[in-house]
Design a protein. Structure first.
Length: 231
């Protein structure tokens, strides 16, 4: 599968802020050949290539969906808010929803960093990656999208008020962030031990030490479903 066409769309229609010029993409239909290629592609066998394939598919299909329906204020305005489960796509010869793609194709690969690589066309999500994912560079790419978003965006540390604010992604997908082991963090619920420890892996050492020491309360900030468009 050649991800070059997706890269060219990113180079042309993705702003440096991570927002997307959907109006221009709608007019050009530049993404249509790649979406068509996804439909008839063969799923890669090797795990890194497989993960890159499905990450690119999810992001490209989501961007194409918004472009097709442009203008729209939020992806939740589509399909009565159930677009992830009710809209079908064809990828690698299979018909599936975005929810199925995420849960049946990506989740079994067992890397929670995919939650920082997927973009839901909303400002609350980690921004759309500037690079198409590929097998040989995947580890470096996943580290990049994670470490450029988690500190200061995915988690906000308020040491003065002893409070850790987290993206709702850590709460919604808590079960995917399995506890990597080590001493339990004092005062943190069992269901959040994994998410909080994973967050600590991707922040500066001084902040990681503070997170792992406990003694604070956890809150989840509101998630913005506003479309990630260049206006």
């Amino acid at each position: 599968m050649d991800h070059g066409p997706w890269q060219r769309v990113l180079d042309t229609y993705r702003h440096s802020s991570g927002r997307v010029h959907y109006a221009g993409l709608q007019q050009s239909e530049a993404l249509k050949p790649y979406v068509s290629a996804l439909a008839s592609a063969t799923e890669p066998v090797e795990n890194a290539e497989k993960m890159a394939f499905w990450l690119n598919a999810y992001n490209a299909l989501t961007v194409d969906l918004i472009a097709d329906n442009w203008p729209v204020r939020s992806i939740r305005d589509l399909h009565e808010g159930n677009v992830w489960t009710t809209k079908s796509f064809t990828v690698a010869g299979e018909t599936m929803s975005l929810d199925q793609l995420e849960k049946e194709k990506l989740k079994p690969l067992g890397d929670p960093r995919t939650h920082f690589a997927l973009n839901c066309a909303s400002l609350g999500c980690p921004p759309l990656s500037p690079k198409a994912f590929n097998g040989p560079d995947l580890e470096k790419q996943l580290n990049y999208v994670t470490r450029s978003w988690v500190p200061g965006k995915g988690v906000l540390i308020d040491k003065k008020n002893k409070r850790l604010m987290m993206s709702p992604l850590f709460q919604w997908y808590a079960a995917d962030f399995q506890d990597p082991g080590g001493a339990p963090i004092p005062g943190i619920a069992d269901t959040l031990q994994g998410p909080v420890k994973h967050a600590a892996l991707h922040v500066p050492a001084v902040d990681a030490k503070w997170i792992l020491s406990g003694g604070y309360t956890i809150g989840f900030y509101s998630f913005s479903w506003s479309v990630n468009a260049v206006h």
